[in-house]
Structures are given as C-alpha cells and as structure tokens.
Design a protein around this ligand. Structure first.
Ligand code: BES
Ligand code: MN
Ligand code: ZN
Length: 522
C-alpha cells in the first residue's frame, strides 16, 4: 500500500482549481533521453577496440559475401569459411557469429543478412533484433552498414530504441538499462544523423503510450492519465485541455460520464491539439481511454477475461503518441487527439444494464451490456471531434471487441470505413509501419443496433460490426474510419520492436495515416 501511494505521489501532480500544476519530478519524465540510455553515432571514426562488430551483408545469388579489404587477410579467410559452413547467403534474418578472430579489432563479429529489399519495417526489426542480443555489459558496437541507405540506418537505430524501452517503475531493483554506444558506419553520417533525429519524437510518442498502457488500473485512473499526458507533452508545441467530470457533465457527455458512474474516479476528457497547418480544420484522432475494464455489472467473471484490462486505454495512448510524433517533427498539419477517459467499475452508483444514457449529441442509448463501454465513451469523443473541433476527418481507435480478436487475431487490427481515401491511406500506413490492418465490412447490417426502448442500443451481432455501426452513428457525415485494435496493444513477451508489456501499437500507424491522408487530400 505504501508503495502504491508513493508511486501515485511520484507520478501525479496536485490538482488545483482551474488547472493543474505539474511536479518537477513528473516533468523530468517527459524527455526522450529518460527512456533509452543507448547512444547512436553516425560519423565514420576508426576504432581499435570494439566489443561487437556487426557486418550487414546483402543477399548474393552465388553466396559470395564481400568483406572489407582492410580487414586482416587471415581473419577474412576464416570468416569466409565460416559463412560457407553455415550456408550464409545474406538472406534477411540470417546471422553468423565469430569470436576471437586473429588480428581482429573486435571481440565478436556478427555477420547479419539484410536481403535485397529491406523495407522500413524490416530495417526497424533488424535494429531491434540487434538490441535484443546486446546487453548491459556491452560497451561499444560498430555496425558496418555500407549496404544501407541513410534512411534505413536511421530506421534500424530507431528500431533499437523501440526495443530498449523498459517499464520498471514497479521493480524494487530495476535492472540496468542498456547504455552502449552504437557507431553506424554508413555512407553519409550527417544525413543518417539527421534522419535518426527525426525518428525521436515518434519513439518518444511510443514510449509515452507504453507508459500509459502499462500503468495498473488503480494508479492509472482517468485523472492520473490526463495529468501524465499533460506532463508528457509539456515540451511540445501543443495545447492540452482537460475537462473535469463536472465539465464532462456540463458539456452533456452523459455517455462518457455514465461509464465511470460506479467508480470514485469519474470520467475526464483530454484534448491535445497541434496546429501546424494554419487555419484549416483539423484531423481528429479519438482514442478509447478506458483505464480499467471490469465489465461493470456485466462483470468479466473469468480471470482470463479481466486480467490486463488496464490495457483498455491503449487506443487513447496511441492517439496521444501520434500527435506527439507529428508535433515533434513540425508537420504542417492540424491534428488533435481526443481522449475520453473512464474507469468501468461497479458500485451502488454504477450504470445498470438496461439504463438509458443521453450522449452529447442527444442520442439516447440503451445500455444493454455495461461491458460494451468503449463505444459509449467514444460516442462522446467523436461528437467532440465533429461538433467542437469541426474535424475534417476522424479516425477512432479502440480495444473494442473480443469479436475482432476472434476474426483477425492479434497481429492485425480491423478497420471499418465507407471512405476510400481514408481506407487507402490507412492500408498504406499499415504496410509502411508494420502495424498491419485488415478491412472488415460495415454493412449490410441494417438495424443491428436498433433499440425498442431508446434510440440505439450498445450491442448487436456480429460484435465487431455492431461496435463500428454504433460509432458511425456519432460520426454522421464527417469522413470517418474506425480501428478495432483489441488484442494488439500488449505483448506477453518481447518480440521485434516490442518489449514485453504495452507495445504502443497504433502510434506509428496513426502518425503515418495522418500524413498520408493529408498529402492525398491536398
Ligand atoms: N475492452 C473489451 C474488449 C477487449 C477484449 C479488448 C479482449 C482486449 C481483449 C471491451 O470493452 C469489451 O468488453 N467488449 C465486449 C463487448 C460485448 C459485451 C458486446 C466483448 O467484446 O466481449
Ligand atoms: Mn468492456
Ligand atoms: Zn473495454
């Protein structure tokens, strides 16, 4: 209990009337450099004593791998023999390790295949794969990367950073963060350094998203998340507005308010606006920020269904991270993240199954199932984006339905839309970032959310489509796309660019989507 109190004190600021004061401790967490200790250097500098030397080798049809001429001849011949013995051809994912070579300047040599068509997501995975094999004992690393473009080198370094994130706030003795220096020897050090710098706001956005997802439900309640988010963006050129529970009610957002009615932690709305595009209408990203999902009175009764439901705020986390990424790179776009924040708990004041909630747009919603709460909070978030921000396009993203997990599993997210330009930009963004999406149909499911009692009800069948149709009702004529990312938010073990825990899925997808869509609309 004491630990919990201390943590809350550490991470939260004091709430004041009419605004929030941020503690300096909380503010110190806002920087990229607090997350990863590893350094990347891009200038070509000769080194005498290297712990790990990585040679990136392109795929060759006849199996000959070119080794740098300045390497010792005997060492080269041993390496060539070893590569032959291992059938190394430079295919992506191949790796051969050699230790203690004669007259060699590195203790270990890793020859790593990069194939012949390394995409951005592949380059990120390559860097992440290297990071997974380097440990805190490593001092210096040199990567011989003549076969990579500057953009690919930057992507690989970025992938390393993404993999090296740790969530260790809850460890009594956190393990040392890896803090080696990686020297990337490519073709143009300045260009690679510049491209790498440009990835840092994106990585920072992913890190903050992961922090948010990983916070347990008793510490990461709506107000706590709103404050953490405000702190995270304090160095960014954005406007962050928090609506308190009273203001949520004043704005008429009864649907958002109703989801936390049973919790001592009432619903908040956080809006983060970045204005890089002059006076044009913004693109809005609306993310489900249900900070814990017990199901409400439709209680999640099995241990396996309720466990990890603190990750039910991953959609909100993704929208915040994406706006940070775009603001951090000074994108010439207006974009806003809208985060409805709730805590779906039970008590004598909780919403009951069968209750009718009145959303901000006036829609009366029969809550047939209190566990279909995500769409309830998104309804008011989408209304805010449409009615208050006058958004020219809306993407919502949510850990919305188990039905989606049944249909697509946890590698793909489901997307729903009737707007081809939004869909096309999303599919491209998915391929480019490796955060894959697959389209499911919105129709023909007429009457799927009709209610005999009120205007609409919050469940229907098939489940993922009913969620999408419900949200569409609130987007009205604004071009809109829905992403159901249930199951995507969390990695049980580290893999690729994802460490274990909240993985930040959606940050990169949304940031890329906003840029793609904006470019196509021009
Ligand atoms: N947060 C859950 C969806 C979810 C399930 C996310 C598994 C991640 C993993 C959502 O609020 C929910 O409970 N959905 C219900 C809706 C149903 C009651 C209509 C579901 O899918 O079972
Ligand atoms: Mn639920
Ligand atoms: Zn939920």
């Amino acid at each position: 209990m004491t630990m919990k109190k201390n943590l809350v004190a550490l991470m939260l600021s004091t709430a004041l009337m009419g605004g929030y004061a941020l503690s300096s401790e909380a503010q110190a967490q806002a920087l990229f450099s607090d997350y990863v200790k590893t350094q990347h250097k891009f200038e070509h500098k000769h080194m005498d004593d290297v712990d790990v030397l990585v040679l990136l080798a392109s795929e060759s049809a006849d199996g000959t791998i070119e080794l740098p001429q300045m390497w010792d001849e005997q060492a080269r011949s041993i390496i060539q023999q070893a590569l032959k013995l291992e059938d190394f051809t430079g295919k992506q994912g191949q790796q051969v390790e050699l230790l203690a070579l004669p007259n060699f300047y590195a203790k270990r040599l890793w020859v790593v295949g990069i194939g012949d068509d390394l995409q951005r997501a592949d380059a990120e995975k390559l860097g992440a794969g290297l990071a997974s094999q380097l440990d805190e004992k490593t001092g210096s690393v040199v990567v011989h990367a003549k076969g990579l473009s500057d953009a690919q080198i930057a992507a690989a370094a970025h992938g390393m950073d993404l993999r090296n994130y740790r969530f260790d706030k809850y460890k009594s003795e956190p393990a040392e963060r890896p803090d080696y220096t990686v020297h990337w020897h490519g073709n143009n050090g300045d260009a690679a350094a510049e491209a790498y710098q440009a990835t840092q706001p994106l990585a920072h956005g992913v890190f903050v998203a992961r922090d948010i997802i990983n916070l347990p439900g008793s510490d990461g309640y709506p107000q706590a998340i709103a404050e953490l988010a405000q702190t995270a963006v304090s160095n960014y050129d954005v406007k962050a507005t928090v609506y308190t529970p009273e203001q949520v009610q004043e704005l008429g957002m009864g649907s958002l308010y109703g989801v936390s009615a049973g919790s001592q932690h009432k619903s908040h709305l956080l809006v983060v606006e970045y204005q890089g595009g002059g006076d044009e209408a913004p693109i809005a990203l609306v993310g489900k920020g249900n900070t814990f999902d017990t199901g409400g009175y439709n209680l999640k009764t099995s241990g396996s269904s309720i466990v990890r439901m603190q990750t039910d705020k991953a959609g909100a986390a993704a929208t915040l991270g994406a706006v940070m990424a775009l603001a951090g790179k000074d994108a010439a776009i207006n974009v806003a993240a809208v985060l409805p924040l709730s805590h779906n708990l039970i008590s004598g004041s909780a919403t009951l199954p069968g209750d009718v909630l009145v959303a901000a747009d006036g829609t009366r919603i029969e809550v047939v199932n209190t566990d279909a709460e995500g769409r309830l909070i998104l309804a008011d978030g989408i209304w805010y984006a449409r009615d208050r921000l006058k958004a020219r396009a809306i993407a919502d993203i949510a850990t919305l339905t188990g039905s989606k997990v049944g249909a697509l599993g946890t590698d793909y997210a489901a997307v729903f839309s009737e707007h081809d330009e939004l869909l096309a930009a999303m599919k491209t963004a998915g391929d480019e970032t490796g955060e894959l999406v697959w389209q499911l149909p919105l129709g023909p499911y007429d009457g799927i959310i009709d209610s005999w009692l009120a205007d609409v009800q919050n469940v229907g069948s098939p489940g993922a489509q009913a969620g999408a149709r419900f949200l569409q009702h609130f987007a009205k004529d604004t071009p809109w796309i829905h992403i159901d990312m249930a199951g995507n938010a969390y990695s049980t073990s580290a893999k690729g660019i994802h460490p274990a825990g909240g993985n930040g899925y959606g940050v990169r997808l949304l940031a890329e989507w906003v840029e793609n869509y904006n470019a196509a609309a021009e």
